[in-house]
Design a protein around this ligand. Structure first.
Ligand SMILES: [Zn+2]
Length: 211
């Protein structure tokens, strides 16, 4: 299995895929509409264009690259070692509100019999609580994941996704968080919050090795 994320400002997405030796593999790109829909990719799925209306995908087809593009939103990787299946999600706050991470776990369960307690989940670089100031309205959506400090509110998007995954049976020991904040480490990672429209997009990919 290959899990990787790039943000090297000098490296185009194509070069990134090349560096992993997967530039010729079929790659699944999602429309990323900030919704809660996860789609199943099988050998017959047409992946010549972005998958419409999707912010997450799952597959058990070997050699097919699942990808998401982010600049502050949380990339979430899923791996079921028991049934050899993978998933990926683009989890911004809207998709998190729509419970995109549990949607992936649920789809892997129905499609591949994935046991949530056996799933391995990874969180990539994202805008973290240290830099993710939000309006107090966020408390309505995420009462347990908004922290109040000095009259300001900060959202813990990774913590919220972790909580949602724990609530659907994923084990806390199986959630691996890189902990990187895209804004704090903006010299290495794109941050929409910090750079606005000048921000590029980081490509995250996951693939099952094989033919
Ligand atoms: Zn930060």
């Amino acid at each position: 299995m290959t899990v990787q994320a790039t943000s090297d400002r000098m490296t185009a997405h194509g070069d990134f895929l090349k560096s992993l030796g997967i530039e010729n593999k079929p790659i699944v790109r999602l429309q990323q509409v900030h919704g809660g829909r996860a789609v199943r990719i099988d050998a017959k799925t047409d992946i010549s264009a972005e998958i419409p209306g999707a912010d997450a995908a799952v597959t058990n087809v070997k050699g097919v690259v699942l990808s998401v593009r982010t600049a502050d939103c949380l990339p979430v990787f899923f791996y079921d070692p028991e049934h050899a299946a993978i998933g990926i999600a683009h989890a911004g706050w809207r998709s998190t509100k729509e419970r995109i991470s549990p949607a992936v776990a649920g789809l892997m369960k129905s499609a591949y019999k994935s046991d949530p307690s056996k799933l391995i989940v990874g969180f990539g670089p994202a805008l973290r609580q240290c830099c993710y100031e939000v309006k107090s309205e966020f408390l309505v959506h995420f009462p347990d994941s908004v922290v109040k400090m000095a009259h300001r509110h900060y959202f813990d998007i990774a913590g919220e996704n972790a909580e949602q995954l724990l609530s659907c049976g994923v084990g806390s020991k199986n959630i691996f968080d890189c902990g990187i904040c895209t804004s704090c480490r903006n010299t290495e990672f794109f941050s929409y919050r910090k750079e606005k429209d000048a921000a590029g997009r980081m490509l995250s990919v996951i693939m099952l090795d094989g033919k």
